[in-house]
Design a protein around this ligand. Sequence first.
Ligand code: SDX
Length: 443
Amino acid sequence: MSTDTFTLTDNQTGASWTFPVVAGTQGPDAIDIRTLYAETGYLTLDPGFSSTASCASAITFIDGDKGILQYRGYDIRDLAEHATFLEVAYALLYGDLPNLEEKRKFEKDITHHTMVHEQIHSFFRGFRRDAHPMAVMCGVVGALSAFYHDSLDIRDSRQREISAHRLIAKIPTLAAMSLKYMLGQPFVYPRNDLNYAENFLRMCFSVPAEDYRASAAMARAMDKILILHADHEQNASTSTVRLAGSSQANPFACIASGIASLWGPAHGGANQAVLNMLQEIGHVKNISTFLAKAKDKDDPFRLMGFGHRVYKNYDPRAAVLKSSCDAVLDELGVADPLLDLARELERIALEDEYFIDRKLFPNVDFYSGIILKALGFPSEMFTVLFAVARTVGWISQWKEMVEQPDHRIGRPRQVYIGQTCRPVLPLAERPQRKPQAIRQQEG
Ligand code: SDX
């Protein structure tokens, strides 16, 4: 950590205060302002947290200007090419890629926790079959905490670890169950003789009438997609998990809160929204119309899968997914006109000054849906798959936070802009007004 300092001066009073500067191993330094309010009486205001570091973390590093993403110092491209998802999960959880002995033990630990309590099947029955699978996942993942009373003491490192293993192991099983429930097909139990991706794909696509074994190409494509989505520093859903965890809520409830946050179309829900958008565009001749809508401030439409709070360059995950599309679709023998449409849309957008000026590039969600569709998933499942992958990042970030000795409950402040103190008038003396609905319409 740096010994530099930063001095703030109040131009009205001339008073000044000095705060320490915290330097990480790479990336921007930070002014440590945790004593700012106590010393100055001032708060800082940063809606959206564009200039705020919520924590110090050793898990994931992003350089948004250069389009760099590293998990535990390993470049995402190298991990996608040379590691398996469970090796990446091990690195995110414990700090380094596993050696052969560590890998085998971790795979065995995870594999032997993939089943869920039989009673959990009943939770699904409460949903209508047309319930969005993310709604189902919010419910059933939160419900897991009702089944594991033996591993909810977050102060106990062994219970933290078993909770992490249970979540990493069971989230694919629950995700596959949410797909099966939506399709009206029977649940498929996990099998211990299959690897993580093969097991997940079989639970999704096997039926009693015909067993299913994923091809090596499909399993590898699935594994690579999980790696690319595993973690991404302090994004909205990870920050949600950390904030929930800061109150010492149990890890299952914290992961359920992350699933809820990921669902939003501005975040993980964008992958489903991209496919819907491409289908709505339909043909390259319509691209200019949709780009005009995306640029129109009066139109709420945004180009889904484009733009990012941190990346002001090409999202390296999108680059890997884009380059994988051809190979995966060829190996699966799938041709999808939406891929050509997506590529043309990207080409035109990246030549448009609106997107150039704002440094808007394709993000992880722009191409992922095309591969997931080729693997056989309905678009409603795309964000569920994102949640399957991100559970590893969420639980790793939760573990890092809980294990930091000085971690405290997260409790942001506000700038109050409402009414100042005023008397409660008797009902008969309160002013007459137009009905609320009319006032809202009038703005
Ligand atoms: C993910 O944080 C993470 O790391 C997230 C994630 C992860 O792995 O966890 O990477 C996953 O969520 C990826 C993002 C998926 N979302 C989308 O693809 C939805 C479309 N993108 C936008 O909604 C937007 O780009 C965000 C939400 C991703 C980022 O929003 P910001 O950082 O708040 O940016 P902004 O809204 O302030 O935009 C800056 C300007 C604005 O124009 P001006 O007011 O300056 O004129 O860029 C414009 C925006 O209108 N803009 C877009 C746009 N994204 C930003 N205009 C059209 N289409 C877009 N997609």
